[in-house]
Structure formats: C-alpha cells, structure tokens
Design a protein around this ligand. Sequence first.
Ligand SMILES: NC(=O)c1ccc[n+]([C@@H]2O[C@H](COP(=O)([O-])OP(=O)(O)OC[C@H]3O[C@@H](n4cnc5c(N)ncnc54)[C@H](O)[C@@H]3O)[C@@H](O)[C@H]2O)c1
Length: 322
Amino acid sequence: MIRVLLVGAGGMGSCHLDCWRRMDDVEIAGICDVFEGRAAEKALPGEAVFTDMDEALATLTDLDIVDIATPSYLHRELSCKSLARGIHTVCEKPLALSKEDGEAVFKTAEEAGVFFMTAQVVRFMKPYLALREMVKTSRFGNVLRARFNRLSGTPDWSWENWMMDEKKSGGVPFDLSIHDVDYIVSVFGKPDRVEKTRTVHREDGRLTDAYRADLTYGDACISAEAGWYSGKMPFSATFTVVFEQAVVSFDGAALHVYHATGESEEIDLTTDSNAISGINITSGDGYFEELSYFKRCVQTNTAPTAVPKEEVLCVLSLAEQK
Ligand SMILES: NC(=O)c1ccc[n+]([C@@H]2O[C@H](COP(=O)([O-])OP(=O)(O)OC[C@H]3O[C@@H](n4cnc5c(N)ncnc54)[C@H](O)[C@@H]3O)[C@@H](O)[C@H]2O)c1
C-alpha cells in the first residue's frame, strides 16, 4: 500500500483525493487543511485529519507520498518541508511563483534523494498526448503555426480569495497560461523568442485578466491565449495547430484532423494512451493519470521523467519575464 498525505483539500485537493481513492493500492493516511473542519469533512473513517502540516508530518511517520494542493504561494515552503523529511512529493502547478523558488524545491528533492513532480496535468490529457505524437513523428509535416486557448470566468471561489491576489497566485500568467506554455515547451522545447501582452482590469471588485504569450520557433509562432473574464463564462480549453499537410483542431471535446487533401477525420481518444504517448501511462482522465504515474514511479523506484526539471524551470522563467 502506498500511503498518501494530502495537504490542501479545496477544489483541486478534492479532485486529487478522488483520484487517489480510485487506486486500489493507495491508502489516504491523512488530510491536512488549515481551514478548520475541511479535512474532517473530506476524510473517511480511519483517515487522520490535521490543520497543520508540521503536525501531520510528525504524526504520520510512514508516508510514501505527500501531495500538495494548497494555494500556489505556499508550494515552495510546503514542498520543501516534506522533501526535507525524505518523502516523495507531488505538487500542483504552478510549482512556484518564480524560477528561484522552483529551483529551491528541486534542490531540496535532490539533496534528500527523493522524487518530486509538478502536477502539469495537460501533459497527461489524451488530446494533448495525441497532438504531441503528431508533432514528434512529423506525421503531417512541420508545424507552421498554432494557437492554444484556455478561458474561464474569474475564479472568485478560492480560500480567502487568494487567486485574485497577484502575489499569491501570480494571476493568469502563472495560474492559467502555465498549462499551455508548459505543454508547448514540453513539445517544442525552449522558444527562440517570447512576446507577451496582458490586460488587467479591476472594476467593482471584479477582475478581468487577459494574457497572451507568443512563443516563436524559427518561422513558427505558437500562441497561448489565457484569460479570466469577469462573469460566469464556462471554462474552455481548445487548440488549433496548422501543420504543413493538415490542420488539427481540438474543440474541448473532439479532436479533428482536416487534411490538406480535403478529407477530415475525428481521432479516437478512447484508445489506450500508451499507444500514442510513448510514456508509461494508461487510459483514463489526466488527473488520475498524473497521480498514478507518480505513484508507479515511487512503487518501482523509477525517477519521474514526465515533467522534467529543466522544462518546469524554463516555463517559470518565461512566466516571470516582463
Ligand atoms: N491542475 C489544475 O487543473 C488546477 C486547477 C485548479 C487549481 N490548481 C492549483 O491547485 C492549487 C490549489 O487550488 P484550489 O483551486 O484547490 O484552491 P482552493 O482555495 O480551492 O483550495 C486551497 C486549500 O488549501 C488550504 N490551505 C491553505 N493554506 C494551507 C496550509 N498551509 N496547509 C494546508 N492547507 C492549506 C485552504 O484551506 C483550501 O482548502 C493551486 O496551486 C492552483 O493553481 C490546479
């Protein structure tokens, strides 16, 4: 049994908890959340509850994994706490709000000789795995241009409204855009050039934060448009990638290929992603995949390579560049 401590049981922590509970070989040793009563509300009989991570680490001495799903400004401090105790740790994105803080986390993991992974879930999602394979195999030739979109109503539901505080969440560049920029860097590498535009508007307590990063690779411009728009706009994540011999488009539900020759096809996303990813993950949803991937790395004592340090630090450095 792999024993997990979850730290932060809000929106994303609850999603992680659900994933861990769906794994046969995982036991939730404890749940820690500073919000009085929240851990208890989520815990099942036999799962310990805490409001303080130090107390949880001092009490639960046989943990295999700590999972950090707290607000982003706490990621460095809390990840370093569990890593320094020699416990494998997975932490939600963004790893940190600066490259320097990110480096400190990896350094702590290296010094402790344990595994660390940033939970960049998009890398584990099927449409994005399928696209990665198309790019890597040049099945439709080279990429000429691409656009990734990630749009949402402004997240005004977080604990103490931390997301709306730029110093705590990093705003859209760190909180939302980082999903696509991380994916782009993981597929295309470090860009030759980056240009960014951002519009932030606050009115009557409401926030609009609209951001675009254009990453240039030779002649190809790969854009990531991300925004929190005031109002109840539903979340959407889509992409359009223009290859030499096809246009590949994901509308949030289906992945289509429009061939230059005139035919079109819908890609079957229900097949086992091992076939398309080349990395060792099985079918299912992205959150489940990323956590079960990390769990398998711990079980088999294999260093996680799906979210490499160099790429995470590159992305943090791009996000913090003015
Ligand atoms: N991968 C994704 O798709 C995705 C989506 C949403 C959020 N996130 C990330 O997940 C993280 C959490 O976001 P959220 O939406 O769940 O926020 P949230 O506000 O819903 O939950 C955060 C929880 O952390 C708790 N907390 C705060 N300080 C703590 C501490 N010191 N120790 C223990 N618990 C503490 C809060 O009480 C709260 O319950 C953020 O880093 C965010 O960027 C990722």
